[in-house]
Design a protein around this ligand. Structure first.
Ligand code: AHG
Ligand code: MN
Ligand code: MN
Length: 333
């Protein structure tokens, strides 16, 4: 048995100039995850279910647990002193730690504190997504928006926590994907899967088909392709959609599948946020041998223009995303 803490320290010694700061950062996330996990598990008992009556900057209703998860992670991250600041789906603006924005922190963290929060009231899995970058401005000088608006290929680490039938933390630092299962009886994340890879063959597709009539032509054709019979490619594929990216991605990573949230009439740029959702999951996907695009471009190459920017999203087994991209390229309306 190996714990997440032991695993990180073991890996850290493989980097000659490691100072332990990234280790401290990940253990802050680990602590935040344990607190969120505790409260999610007893959510029905302590009156933190339901909406809090406010909307976030993107006009989406905030749930009480969205706010709780955001505050918990923010506090855990600030306490470590190695982080210059955070950007969060639930914050209108950047949150810079330290006096006069000129912190010594070397890293910035971007996060979706609670993903799939509309599922929380009905006891379905939710998640937390995090994305970590080195700041590009000089340490000791004020942190700027530029530190947060880096393309995804600059991430130094990324991951998610899934609060499911068991709670797992899955992360990468660019050397493969590792997964840890939380044992609540001892309060420790234990190594479950080292160097996790997508299966070669995927047979699950995940998309909110209720919006079918609003999808681009390429997506409609790809869905029909998934449903057609063909022995060599094991079609028809199975359809599975939970409605929380973390849970849908986690299942597709283990079982082999593709997740799509394309542009729709309601969300012309897709619904998912580039910096808090698409980039970190894309980093994990590529590290697990998969692929992530916006239907045309590699997600990790997109230069962000706005903090809360959205993007259409195609992620999963490489051959499946290749197929979907081909349908997109051939059917531009
Ligand atoms: P969040 O709860 O952080 O706002 O994210 C919800 C996202 C994503 O996790 C999920 O896959 C998608 O929204 C579901 O959207 P639809 O209900 O439109 O399918
Ligand atoms: Mn989300
Ligand atoms: Mn969220």
């Amino acid at each position: 048995m190996k714990t997440l803490g032991e695993f990180i320290i073991e890996k850290q010694s493989e980097f000659p100039h490691a100072t332990g700061e990234l280790t401290a950062l990940i253990s802050a996330i680990k602590l935040g995850a344990k607190i969120i996990n505790r409260d999610i598990n007893k959510a029905g008992l302590i009156d933190i279910l339901g909406e809090n009556g406010e909307s976030n900057i993107q006009g989406e209703k905030q749930m009480k647990l969205d706010v709780f998860a955001n505050e918990t992670l923010k506090a855990a991250l600030e306490a470590r002193g190695v982080i210059a600041g955070i950007a969060s789906e639930e914050e209108d603006n950047l949150v810079i730690f330290g006096k006069d924005r000129a912190t010594e922190g070397k890293y910035v963290v971007l996060m979706d504190p609670l993903d799939g929060s509309s599922n929380i009231d009905v006891n379905v899995s939710v998640g937390t997504i995090f994305s970590i970058y080195h700041r590009i401005t000089k340490i000791g000088t004020p942190v700027t928006e530029q530190d947060f608006m880096q393309p995804g290929h600059k991430q130094v680490a990324a991951g998610y926590i899934i609060y499911g039938s068991s709670t797992m933390l899955v992360y990468t630092t660019g050397c493969g994907v590792n997964a840890f299962t939380y044992d609540p009886s001892i309060g420790v994340f234990c190594l479950a899967r080292e160097n996790l890879q997508f299966p070669q063959l995927g047979t699950t597709y995940s998309i909110n088909e209720g919006y079918y009539s609003k999808f681009p032509k390429g997506v409609k054709k790809y869905i029909k392709y998934c449903q057609e019979e063909d022995e060599t490619t094991h079609r028809p594929y199975t359809s599975r959609y939970i409605g929380s990216l973390v849970s849908d991605f986690h299942r597709n990573l283990l079982k082999g599948g593709i997740y799509i949230y394309p542009s729709t009439a309601q969300y012309p740029n897709g619904k998912l946020r580039l910096l808090y959702e698409a980039n970190p999951i894309a980093f994990l996907a590529e590290q697990a041998g998969g692929k992530a695009t916006d239907g045309f471009r590699r997600i990790l190459d997109i230069e962000p223009q706005q903090l809360h920017q959205r993007t259409p999203y195609f992620v999963g087994v490489k051959s499946m995303v290749d197929d979907a991209d081909r349908f997109m390229a051939e059917n531009q309306d």
